[in-house]
Design a binder for this molecule. Structure first.
Ligand SMILES: [Zn+2]
Length: 389
């Protein structure tokens, strides 16, 4: 069977072929070596389930009539999309070399050729071809986008930044959010290489580029906390939460640590109160229950109320853990069933997607700043955990 993509590719190709052959027949008489019967057979093959035979026939048709450059372009694209990059390269190379080709078609062929090399993984060659197109003022935006993708894939962030800046001026559309992400990538690389000062400088640069960059704020908080500057870390974490309350799970524990280190317990309580308003998450309720337990109070009632207000697996697991230790529950022998239930709940929580891309809906269990589904940056965020009936 033909796959749907292939059918869609063949449809315009059949129309183009019919048009090209028809035009030729109108101007120069019958098409050389191609009768109406053969054309009919070819069109039948195009709509049937024998793509290889159809491609062979099309190749012959374009050889018969060398003026059909558009057909060559379509054929080459089709080869590339089918994964036959070698054949795509041959078709497009031949077109680029062809004497007397209209300039617009030659530019199109060069653009196709660059994409062929990119698909084939010959990135330096692809980049050079895209660069030449930009220099000639053709396909500037898609060529610069391709160059940026090439550097992104190679994780060459300074080059990706340079390409994004070129794209920004060519497109007249801000690329600051993407540039901030690249700077964050550089900051993470620096942190992993234990170049702490560089990491902080790069996170700040990311924020200068895009003051709304949650990732840069989280990173700055983490780096400042690691450096022992808890007051600064707290400010960064709070800013991250205010910027996007969906990131509550990433800041709630760090904020508790920083508040403990600076002795600003009241500030943390205030944050939890605000968080209940600003975020639909149940995590502030769990955090409050833990604070009660720390001060020697029984959090069971608070958790029972929380289950009413924000029913979630996290609250339920916390509730069961507290319940297991209640003397009357132990005396009744119900602590073990409660513990089994809690463990099952924790396994369920581990297997539930915790993040979601707002652009394509991809739901991974770990955080990706660049969505693996749609390749967009900064569109993935934690999903809230509240169960809705
Ligand atoms: Zn996505």
């Amino acid at each position: 069977m033909l796959d749907p993509l292939f059918t869609w590719l063949l449809l315009p190709l059949g129309v183009a072929l019919g048009w090209a052959l028809g035009r030729r027949a109108a101007t120069t008489g019958p098409v050389r070596g191609f009768t109406g019967e053969q054309l009919g057979g070819l069109l039948t093959q195009l709509s049937s389930d024998d793509p290889d035979q159809a491609i062979a026939a099309l190749t012959t048709a374009t050889e018969i009539d060398p003026s059909t450059a558009e057909l060559h372009l379509t054929l080459g694209r089709m080869f590339r999309k089918r994964g036959e990059v070698d054949r795509a390269l041959r078709v497009h190379e031949a077109l680029v070399q062809r004497a007397g080709l209209a300039p617009a078609l030659r530019l199109q062929a060069r653009f196709e050729l660059a994409q062929d090399y990119m698909t084939a993984g010959v990135m330096d060659r692809a980049e050079r071809l895209f660069d030449e197109l930009v220099a000639d003022g053709a396909f500037v935006v898609p060529a610069l986008e391709a160059i940026r993708t090439i550097h992104e894939q190679a994780r060459d962030w300074p080059q990706a930044i340079a390409a994004a800046r070129r794209l920004q001026s060519a497109k007249g559309e801000s690329q600051r959010a993407a540039i901030a992400q690249y700077l964050c990538e550089m900051a993470v690389d620096a942190r992993n290489a234990r170049r702490h000062g560089d990491a902080i400088r790069l996170a700040r640069e990311a924020l200068d580029e895009d003051p709304d960059c949650v990732r840069a704020l989280l990173l700055l908080g983490e780096l400042q906390e690691a450096a022992g500057d808890h007051a600064a870390a707290m400010r960064a974490y709070l800013r991250a939460f205010e910027q996007d309350p969906r990131f509550l799970p990433d800041v709630i524990e760090p904020l508790q640590r920083c508040a403990a280190a600076t002795g600003e317990r009241d500030r943390y309580l205030l944050f939890l109160r605000d968080a209940k308003e600003m975020s639909p998450s149940s995590l502030p309720y769990v955090a409050e229950a833990r604070l009660l337990a720390e001060t020697g109070l029984d959090p069971l009632d608070h958790l029972a109320q929380s289950l009413e207000a924000r029913p979630s697996r996290a609250v339920l697991a916390e509730f069961l853990e507290v319940l297991e230790r209640q003397p009357n529950v132990v005396a009744a022998g119900l602590d073990k069933p409660a513990a089994s239930l809690r463990r099952a709940l924790l396994r369920l929580m581990e297997s539930t997607p915790r993040y979601q891309c707002s652009n394509c809906g991809f739901s991974p269990r770990q955080m990706f700043w660049q969505c693996p589904g749609c390749k967009r940056w900064g569109t993935t965020a934690p999903v809230d955990d509240v169960l809705r009936g």
